[in-house]
Structure formats: structure tokens, C-alpha cells
Write a new protein. Structure first.
Length: 325
């Protein structure tokens, strides 16, 4: 990524996951000037997990003295962005009602903001990325799960309690498979990475012709993943194409609901599975009007996210650009 010529008044974006803490120094134009990562200690004590975060921050701050004006954190949800509290994230089980903002602010004596990764990434794409210049932004990260965020007139839409924008758990089939959230037929259980792998395994179990997906899995159907499906598709495998085509059709139905509910002026897709589905984006956009009652659905751009794997760092920094709640 191109670096900005000015390092003054920069922001520190922090992306906390179950296994890593990524940090980056970001300027006011959204350029990531430097970055690093450290292991996350998610299964020990709450303080050990906090130390993992501060270790990552300290490593970057040591070379950025005097330049960091604020810290923005993307953390696992559920969380309360207004209170700055991590509630009960399944992938960081040691944090329960943990006042992360208060802890970090007391250590660094800087303004600190907190939000979940998809909301923050949506804001970064609006400030500096693929949704720059749009007012009603819908963002989705399609990967191991499906996260979503809404930015309305430049601000994240949190809803009454901070729990808005759980778009990955919108059901499109009430008789469908049971999602981890307890509902049936959520788009996450139907179209995220694990679902793609499962769909490929089911098809291969009944297939009468050879697929290169099986070669990638070394003959073990149970070992097939979405990444293998993507590799096979890139090599021209017909069954892999069929799996991804079906996935894109499910996403089209879901996005039709999103368009009818929110009437966004841009749809942004990020995440590893979204990158795999990039060749299918035109098809999704072309079919979208047939799944909408919105008569102007065809006018809505469907675009790939700008930040890719750096979405969490950019998203954390983007939180620092919002007015205080």
C-alpha cells in the first residue's frame, strides 16, 4: 500500500482475533504506514490476554513515539461499543464483561474506541476505501463466518443496544440447517467457508466423475475445505465451479433481502471467501433485481473491498475518526 508523506496525527489500529493481535500505524488518509503482529493469548486469564494486546501495541509504539494520537480496536463480539466493554466472545473466552477501553486508555493515556470487526471495516471502506463518497453503505466480510456492517451518513449504525447489523444471521430458509446461533437457514451456515467445504464433500460423495478437489485433499473427502474448492475452481474444475455458483446464488437471495430492507447505495464484499467469489460478482449483480422489489436495485454497485487482509487494522483506525458518542 502507498504510504502517506505525513506521519503526524496518526492513529493506531488494533485487530484482535482468537489467535493473533495485528496492529498498524494509519494516517488520516487511511494509508497504513507500518504494521506488526503478536500471538493472542485467548485461553488464559483476562490479564494475560490484555498483555498480549499491549505487547503488540508497545512493539509498534516504540518506533512511532509521538505520532500516535488515538487508538481504535476491533475486537471479537459480542461487545458494547458505547461502554467499551467486551461481553462474552466465544473465541476469547477469558474476557467476560471486560472493560477493554478503560484498561487500554489507562495504560496509554490516549483516546480509545472499540467496535466489532465488520462494523469497523465498513467504516474504513466508507472513509477511505471502496465505499468512499457513498452515504448508505452495506459491507459484508464473507469468510469462516459472515459479518456485516452498516454505515449511514458516515456513522456506524449500532441500533438501540449496539447489536444491529447481524446480517450473517438473516435466515433465507427456515427449514435449513441449524446455525451456531440457534436459528435455521442463516446465510452464514449456508454460504460461509465451512458451508462451501461441506457442499463440496456432499457432491463428491455422490460424484461419478473425478474432481481435482479430491486430489488436493489427498483422496480424503473429509479433509476438503473451501480453500481447496477455490484452488480447484482456479484450475478449471467443473464441480468446484458448481459449488461456487450455488454459493453465489444463495448470496444473491440474501443480498436481495438486504437491498429491500436498507436500500443502500453501495454493497461492499470483503473476506477470503468473497475474494474467491470475485469471478461471480457480475452474475450476482445481474441476478439481484430478480430477488428485489426495489425497482432501482440494478443501480446499486457491488464492489470488492479495498483493504483485504488489513481490514481490521484500517477499521480500528477508522473508529478514531468518528465523533465521540
Amino acid at each position: 500500500m502507498t504510504q502517506s508523506g505525513s506521519n503526524n496525527n496518526s492513529m493506531l489500529g488494533v485487530d484482535i482475533g482468537g489467535t493473533k493481535v495485528a496492529v498498524g500505524l494509519v494516517d488520516r488518509d487511511g494509508h497504513i504506514l507500518s504494521q506488526g503482529r503478536k500471538p493472542m493469548r485467548a485461553n488464559g486469564t483476562a490479564e494475560a490476554a490484555l498483555h498480549a494486546v499491549t505487547d503488540a501495541i508497545d512493539a509498534l509504539m516504540s518506533s512511532s513515539a509521538g505520532r500516535v494520537q488515538s487508538i481504535g480496536i476491533c475486537a471479537p463480539g459480542p461487545l458494547d461499543p458505547k461502554a467499551g466493554v467486551i461481553l462474552n466472545p466465544p473465541n476469547v473466552p477469558c474476557w467476560r464483561n471486560f472493560p477493554l477501553v478503560e484498561k487500554v486508555a489507562s495504560l496509554y493515556h490516549l483516546p480509545v474506541k472499540l467496535d466489532n470487526d465488520a462494523d469497523a471495516a465498513a467504516l474504513a471502506e466508507t472513509r477511505w476505501g471502496a465505499a468512499h463518497g457513498y452515504h448508505y453503505v452495506f459491507y459484508t466480510a464473507v469468510g469462516t463466518g459472515i459479518g456485516t456492517g452498516f454505515v449511514l451518513d458516515g456513522s456506524i449504525y449500532h441500533g438501540r443496544t449496539g447489536s444491529a447489523a447481524e446480517g450473517g444471521h438473516v435466515s433465507i430458509d427456515y427449514r435449513g440447517p441449524l446455525c451456531r446461533c440457534g436459528k435455521r437457514g442463516c446465510i452464514e451456515i449456508l454460504a460461509a467457508g465451512p458451508a462451501i467445504g461441506a457442499r463440496a464433500r456432499t457432491k463428491l460423495s455422490a460424484a461419478t466423475s473425478h474432481s481435482s478437489i479430491l486430489d488436493l485433499a489427498k483422496g480424503d473427502i473429509a479433509a476438503i475445505t473451501s480453500e481447496m474448492v477455490g484452488q480447484a475452481y482456479a484450475a478449471g474444475d467443473p464441480l468446484a465451479r458448481e459449488v461456487l455458483q450455488e454459493t453465489s446464488e444463495l448470496l444473491t437471495v440474501w443480498l436481495g433481502n438486504i437491498v429491500d430492507l436498507f436500500d443502500p447505495d453501495v454493497l461492499v464484499m470483503g473476506g477470503g471467501v468473497a475474494a474467491m467469489l470475485k469471478p461471480f460478482l457480475d452474475g450476482i449483480k445481474n441476478r439481484l433485481p430478480s430477488w428485489c422489489v426495489n425497482p432501482r436495485a440494478s443501480e446499486i454497485p457491488l464492489v470488492m473491498a479495498h483493504y483485504g487482509a488489513d481490514a481490521g487494522i484500517a477499521g480500528g483506525a477508522a473508529l478514531c475518526t468518528e465523533d465521540p458518542a
